[in-house]
Design a protein around this ligand. Structure first.
Ligand SMILES: Cc1ncc(COP(=O)(O)O)c(C=O)c1O
Length: 372
């Protein structure tokens, strides 16, 4: 059997390390926690987590306990924070593995206690400061705090932090959220709680709102070289794109004017031209909505994607530009060679750069540069 075409996401760990170091220096004296959830935003969790800890991050953030346990199994000993739990969550295993747990409800504390682990996990109590996802509402906060104090006294948990997550709607909304977190801390302290850490900011507020940095910033997307802002790109923030998505050309043909391309024949060649077929499609995370808008880099310049992006492939119209089977296609990358960036793809697809990198699918092999 011949191997599948080499669809590759090349992950530049040195660029990632430089980004983490830049962000950690910016946030200092606040600590840097690096978000490696969603398989490190599609970049591959374990190598990225190691690189983060090598370059200034003190701790890691993942969504849930299974991801945290995977990092422990990979030998990572730094603090790991996980905050999304269902009723069957492995709280006992998390406690044994020293995972820090984000806590939004009393049932989670009761479930930790019921697991009767040999160690008490550190818990970070979450306040809903406006995003309306998890986190205790103002009404539920006192009972969550009282329960945490009781479980702390009983030795089931160690009350460690209070935290929240911002809606990134505007600096004014973020200021309201910060005030809500501070108010919740006052309420908790009046009930007898003592917190060693407060945290709120992710990339956006971590970069632009010093007052929101508190004791630590949970940086995510910026470390992957993608700006959290609409008015400044990653490069303007001093960050470098980390992922390059590429594949070889697998078919080349010369066609006449009026030739229809891909499903629906939504694109017709205007004149005699050369078409190249690229073995990446929406099953690999290439957004179909970018059909007719996106460009890719082949042979030293950009060319338009012609017609609809399909599940496994798309067609590029190269005009008279020379191209051969096996030539490299850069879908996106840091932009050093003139290829589009993930941020530009976000523009092609009416989305955010986070979605462009996080959706790169499992058929795309992750290849690491700069592994130590
Ligand atoms: C709780 C939490 N902290 C931090 C982050 C990192 O955010 P960003 O990628 O915007 O830096 C996220 C991502 O959504 C998150 O959910």
């Amino acid at each position: 059997m011949s191997p599948a075409p080499e669809r590759e996401a090349v992950i530049d760990l040195d660029a990632f390390r430089r980004n983490v170091a830049t962000l950690a220096a910016l946030a200092s004296p606040a600590e840097t926690m690096l978000a490696v959830k969603a398989d490190a935003y599609g970049h591959g969790m374990v190598p990225v987590a190691r690189a983060a800890l090598e370059s200034g991050a003190r701790s890691l953030a993942v969504l849930d306990i299974p991801a945290a346990l995977t990092l422990r199994e990979a030998g990572i000993t730094a603090p790991i924070f996980a905050w999304m739990h269902d009723p069957d969550a492995l709280f006992g295993e998390a406690a044994e593995a020293d995972i820090d747990l984000g806590i939004s409800a009393v049932w989670q504390l009761d479930a930790i206690a019921a697991a009767r682990a040999s160690k008490a996990p550190r818990v970070h109590l979450k306040v809903d400061t406006g995003l309306s996802r998890n986190g205790a509402t103002e009404a539920d906060w006192p009972s969550l705090v009282e329960s945490a104090i009781a479980h702390d006294r009983a030795g089931a948990v160690r009350l460690h932090a209070a935290w929240s997550h911002l809606a990134d709607a505007s600096p004014a909304d973020d200021a309201v959220a910060l005030a809500k977190l501070r108010r919740a801390v006052e309420v908790a302290e009046s009930l007898g709680a003592r917190f060693e850490r407060l945290h709120l900011a992710a990339s956006s507020a971590g970069i632009r709102e010093p007052e929101a940095r508190l004791d630590l910033v949970r940086f995510g997307i910026a470390a992957y070289g993608i700006s959290p802002f609409d008015d400044q790109n990653g490069r303007e923030l001093g960050l470098e794109g980390v992922m390059t998505l590429r594949a070889p050309v697998v078919s080349v043909k010369r066609v006449a004017a009026g030739h229809g391309i891909s499903y629906g024949l939504t694109y017709r060649t205007e004149r005699e031209t050369t078409l190249a077929l690229v073995p990446l499609g929406y099953a690999d995370g290439i957004p179909r909505i970018a059909s007719g808008r996106a460009e890719v880099w082949i042979g030293g310049r950009r060319h338009p994607i012609a017609g609809r992006i399909a599940m496994d492939q798309f067609v590029v119209d190269l005009g008279d530009h020379p191209v051969a089977v096996g030539d490299e296609v850069l879908v996106f990358g840091p932009g050093h060679r003139g290829e589009p960036t993930a941020e530009e793809w976000a523009g092609f697809a009416d989305t955010i750069g986070d979605e462009i990198v996080a959706r790169v699918g499992p058929r795309v092999r992750r290849v690491y540069r700069g592994e130590r």
